[in-house]
Design a protein around this ligand. Structure first.
Ligand code: SAH
Length: 214
């Protein structure tokens, strides 16, 4: 086996040992190569289970956390999914393997430009990426079956709760941005919302307004 193939096998093994057991999620994570989403000096660490820096001062999340969140979202092939916090595009690419359509939004335009180019190169035609403040969701494309937020909010943003279909699920890290946050799963019912606390996580903060627009 080549060194590269061995690193990729160890990567998948690490995911499994950290609780990413859903077979559809594992298959998606086998197909999408994290190495495609990391530039420069950090690229050689793409198969380590750690978050890594990307441009605009942001990070690509730890792969076992991406796997855990994707699993918690319980995506089905008919789902229309919204991701808030495109970053490198890695999480959106994994979702694209499981869902009918993925809408992803980031406040930094350079990240959206790079991620969109990558989605095209990788032939991931069911992802649409937007530059916007994702805390307001995407009202023109709502409602969504699933929403995943990959930046920490103090509370689940009201507009996102409103843009969830009845029976829909949202996974969001909640808490102060400089502390450990709780990953929450919200299910919209006929009468309100059910909340479950899943585990602790650490994400960059959900920031208001648009960022770098160059
Ligand atoms: N899901 C990404 C990692 C996200 S890092 C990946 O797979 O690589 C968090 C991202 O959330 C950053 O790119 C940051 O710019 C973005 N972000 C923070 N606040 C935001 C907001 N209000 N609207 C949209 N994106 C936001």
């Amino acid at each position: 086996m080549t060194a590269d193939a061995e690193r990729k096998m160890q990567f998948l093994y690490a995911l499994r040992s950290k609780g990413v057991t859903n077979s559809a999620v594992m298959t998606a994570m086998e197909r999408i190569d994290r190495g495609d989403f990391i530039r420069g000096v950090f690229a050689e660490r793409a198969y380590e289970d750690v978050p890594l820096p990307i441009s605009c001062g942001q990070t690509i999340s730890q792969p076992s956390v991406v796997g855990f969140m994707t699993q918690a979202l319980m995506v089905t092939p008919r789902d229309k999914v919204l991701e808030v916090g495109t970053g490198s595009g890695y999480q959106a690419a994994i979702l694209s393997q499981l869902a009918r359509r993925v809408y992803t939004v980031d406040r930094h335009r350079p990240l959206i430009k790079d991620a969109s180019a990558l989605f095209e190169t990788l032939d991931l035609g069911n992802i649409i990426a937007f530059t916007a403040d994702g805390s307001f969701g995407l009202p023109d494309h709502a409602p969504f079956d699933r929403i995943v937020v990959t930046a920490a909010a103090e509370d689940p943003p009201g507009p996102l709760l409103a843009q969830l279909k009845t029976g829909g699920i949202m996974v969001v890290p909640v808490g102060q941005s400089d502390a450990v946050q709780s990953l929450i799963r919200v299910t919209k019912t006929e009468t309100g919302f059910d909340y479950e606390e899943l585990r602790s996580v650490r994400f960059v903060p959900l920031v208001e307004g648009l960022g770098n627009y160059s």
